[in-house]
Design a protein around this ligand. Structure first.
Ligand code: HEC
Length: 185
């Protein structure tokens, strides 16, 4: 878990699911208060920024390919591209330890949380492709799109000005397992 959120001062967590919900609430508050948060780009090293841009373009391309494949029932492509998004995830890449430290130091917890959410969703999308489960693919695709918009709307408004002040639901970009409506359930 990337976010070592302390919930000790709150009531005892009723088990793991309760702890997750609690962590989500804390994260929600954190992300709500960081709307119109400072853009992260100025905090990134040039290397990290270059890497991130490259990743984002790859992810966008893969998302477009998934869209087309999904609505034509080309499940193998959905599985393959879902996996590609998962694998190209920036934190999973072959960053040096120092890059990783730089990244974690540069961005807020909620940013890492949204990144982790996209990671989780793309793995589920790959599974839904393998399972030839079209309804689940469509649901997950929507959730992934939410995570793109949520992160850009909170942390990249210096570049995506049209998302500045956008009315983005607080749950967007939050982990499905922590939202209580996991498409896997
Ligand atoms: C955790 C935060 C986060 C998430 C989630 C996220 N992005 Fe991004 N995205 C960024 C940041 C930061 C930039 C700005 C990079 C820069 O310009 O340095 C960016 C930029 C982009 C760009 C512009 C790339 C370029 O340089 O031309 C595209 C396209 C993009 N994202 C697509 C996506 C898509 C598609 C998704 C969802 C499937 C997504 N992003 C999810 C943080 C995120």
């Amino acid at each position: 878990m990337l976010s070592p959120l302390s919930s000790r001062s709150l009531t005892p967590a009723p088990g793991r699911r309760g702890a997750l919900v609690l962590a989500t609430l804390v994260a929600l508050v954190a992300s709500a208060s960081s709307l119109a948060a400072d853009p992260v780009r100025p905090e990134l090293t040039p290397k990290l920024q270059g890497l991130l841009q490259k990743e984002m373009l790859q992810i966008e391309q893969a998302m477009q390919e998934v869209y087309s494949a999904m609505l034509q029932g080309r499940h193998a492509v959905v599985a393959e591209k879902g996996q590609a998004i998962h694998d190209s995830f920036i934190l999973e890449q072959s960053l040096t330890d120092e890059d990783r430290q730089d990244l974690k130091a540069a961005v807020p917890q909620a940013f890492l949380q949204m990144d982790a959410t996209l990671h989780e969703l793309s793995a589920s999308l790959a599974e839904a492709g393998q399972a030839q489960d079209t309804a689940r693919q469509v649901a997950l695709y929507g959730r992934m799109t939410e995570s793109c918009v949520a992160c850009h709307g909170a942390y990249v408004t210096d570049r995506f000005e049209g998302l500045e002040g956008a009315d983005i639901p607080a749950g967007w970009g939050m982990a499905p397992s922590a939202q209580g409506n996991d498409p896997q359930d």
